[in-house]
Design a protein around this ligand. Structure first.
Ligand SMILES: Cc1cc2nc3c(=O)[nH]c(=O)nc-3n(C[C@H](O)[C@H](O)[C@H](O)COP(=O)(O)O)c2cc1C
Length: 397
C-alpha cells in the first residue's frame, strides 16, 4: 500500500464526501424508526414506568430487547436508532440511569435482525479516537451486511466530559470543530485504499488503516441532531440526515425548518434528509390515548426532570430550578414536554390522529420520523398493524 500524504487541516471543515455521499436506501416515502430502545425508560421521565418494569422501563434488557427489535422489523419499521448515554437523570424512576453502549447494542441488534437499519449514537467529543470509532463501525457494518449508520453527537453533557477526564466542557464551536475533524478522519479511514496520515488540531494519525472496510460503499450513513446553528451547519456539511425540532401541537414552523436544512445542504452541494423525533402514546381512539396521557401527566418524575433541567444550569452558574414550584419554574407545558418525551414532538392519539399527524409531517417535507414509545412493544404493534396501513393508503408507506 502506498503512503497517503498528510491531510490539510483546512479540509476538516467540510463538506467532505470522499467517493460521494452514500445512496440512502429509503424503502418508504416516510421512513419510521424505533428510537431509544437501548436506554432505561427511554424518553419517559415518569413514575408510571414503575407499575410494570419489564414493559415500560426495562425493555432494553436482553432477550426482551431482541424481541422488540424483531417485532419492529416484522412490523415494517425501517430502522432502530439508539440513544447514546453515559449517565442518566436519576429520580424515583431511575430515568436513563442505565443504557447499552453504542457498539454492543448495534452488534447485538445486527445479529438479532435481518433487514432493519441500525443506527448507533456515538459521541465524538468524549476522547474517543476516530480510528476506534471508524473500526467499530466498519466491523458492525461488515457483520450486518451494510446496515449500520451512525448518529454523530458532539457531546453536550458536562458531567460526561468529566467522566472522560475532560474537566471543562468545550464551547459549542470547539465541540463541533472536534466533530468535524473526527468525522473527516473517519471518512478518510472508511474510504481510503492507502493508509492515512492526518495532522489535525484535535486528532493525529500516522499511517492509519482499516480492514475490514465498511460493507456499505462508500461509507456508513450518518445522522446528526444538533439544534444550534453551529450544529445544523455541521449536519449539512458532514452527514446525510439532520434532525429538526417540531414543537408539539404546532407543525406550522416545520416546513421552514425543513427548508433551512435543504437550503444549507444545497449550498454545500449535498443532499440531507430531514428527521423528527417523537414520543408516542397510541390508542385505539383519541380518548384511550388521552387516558394514558393523563395518567402519565399525573406521574411525571419531578426529581428526574429537575436533574435534567439543572445539568446545564449548574454548569452555567445559573440558579437551580425551584423545587417548591410544582412545575419546577418552567411552566406546565415545558414540564410535561420533558416528563413525556424529553421535549420530543408528542405524538398522542388514536390510530387515525397519529396517521394524520405523520401525514402532516411528511407534507412539511420530513423524510424520517424516529419514535420512542411509552409502551414500546404495544406501540410498535399498533403502529405496524393500524397506523402504517393508513399511511400506505396515502402512498407514504
Ligand atoms: C432527536 C435527537 C436525538 C438526540 N440523541 C442524542 C443522544 O442519543 N445522545 C446525546 O448525547 N445527545 C443526543 N441529542 C442531542 C444533540 O446531539 C445535540 O447535542 C442537541 O440537540 C443540542 O444541539 P447543539 O449541540 O447544536 O447545541 C439528541 C438530540 C435530538 C434532537
Amino acid at each position: 500500500m502506498g503512503k497517503a500524504t498528510a491531510v490539510d487541516a483546512e479540509v476538516t471543515r467540510g463538506p467532505f464526501d470522499p467517493g460521494g455521499q452514500p445512496e440512502w436506501p429509503a424503502r418508504h416515502q416516510l421512513e419510521m424508526s424505533l428510537f431509544g430502545w437501548n436506554a432505561q425508560g427511554g424518553l419517559s421521565a415518569n413514575n408510571a414506568v414503575l407499575t410494570d418494569l419489564p414493559r415500560y422501563r426495562d425493555y432494553w434488557h436482553w432477550p426482551r430487547a431482541a424481541e422488540l427489535l424483531r417485532e419492529a422489523e416484522r412490523q415494517g419499521f425501517d430502522a432502530q436508532v439508539q440513544f447514546g448515554l453515559w449517565s442518566g437523570w436519576g429520580g424515583t424512576s431511575g430515568w436513563n440511569d442505565a443504557a447499552l453502549d453504542f457498539a454492543s447494542a448495534a452488534a447485538a441488534s445486527a445479529v438479532a435482525t435481518e433487514n432493519l437499519g441500525l443506527f448507533s449514537t456515538i459521541h465524538v467529543g468524549y476522547a474517543f479516537h476516530p480510528l476506534h470509532l471508524a473500526k467499530i463501525a466498519a466491523s458492525i457494518d461488515f457483520i450486518s451486511g451494510g446496515r449500520l449508520g451512525l448518529n454523530i453527537v458532539a457531546g453536550q453533557v458536562p458531567r460526561d466530559y468529566r467522566q472522560f477526564g475532560v474537566d471543562e466542557m468545550p464551547p459549542s464551536e470547539t465541540r463541533y470543530a472536534i466533530a468535524d475533524e473526527s468525522t473527516t478522519l473517519m471518512k478518510y479511514l472508511w474510504t481510503s485504499e492507502a493508509p492515512v496520515n492526518f495532522e489535525g488540531e484535535y486528532f493525529r494519525a500516522t499511517a492509519a488503516r482499516l480492514a475490514p472496510r465498511p460493507a456499505r460503499k462508500p461509507r456508513p450513513l450518518l445522522m446528526n441532531a444538533g439544534m444550534s446553528d453551529t450544529g445544523l451547519d455541521f449536519a449539512c456539511r458532514q452527514v446525510d440526515c439532520a434532525f429538526v425540532s417540531a414543537p408539539s401541537g404546532d407543525l406550522s414552523g416545520l416546513r421552514d425548518s425543513v427548508e433551512k436544512v435543504r437550503g444549507l445542504a444545497a449550498k454545500y452541494g449535498r443532499k440531507v434528509r430531514v428527521a423528527v423525533s417523537c414520543y408516542a402514546v397510541v390508542g385505539a381512539t383519541d380518548e384511550e390515548a388521552a387516558r394514558t396521557v393523563e395518567w402519565l401527566e399525573e406521574n411525571v418524575d419531578r426529581e428526574a426532570v429537575a436533574a435534567f433541567l439543572n445539568i446545564y444550569r449548574e454548569e452555567a452558574g445559573i440558579e437551580l430550578v425551584p423545587e417548591d414550584d410544582p412545575y419546577l419554574g418552567v411552566g406546565r407545558e415545558k414540564f410535561m414536554h420533558i416528563g413525556l418525551g424529553m421535549q420530543s414532538f408528542q405524538l398522542f392519539g388514536g390510530y387515525e390522529t397519529v396517521a394524520a399527524t405523520l401525514r402532516d409531517m411528511s407534507a412539511a417535507g420530513v423524510d424520517h420520523v424516529v419514535v420512542n414509545f411509552f409502551d414500546p412493544m404495544e406501540g410498535v404493534k399498533m403502529m405496524g398493524e393500524r397506523v402504517f396501513p393508513l399511511l400506505a393508503e396515502v402512498g407514504l408507506r
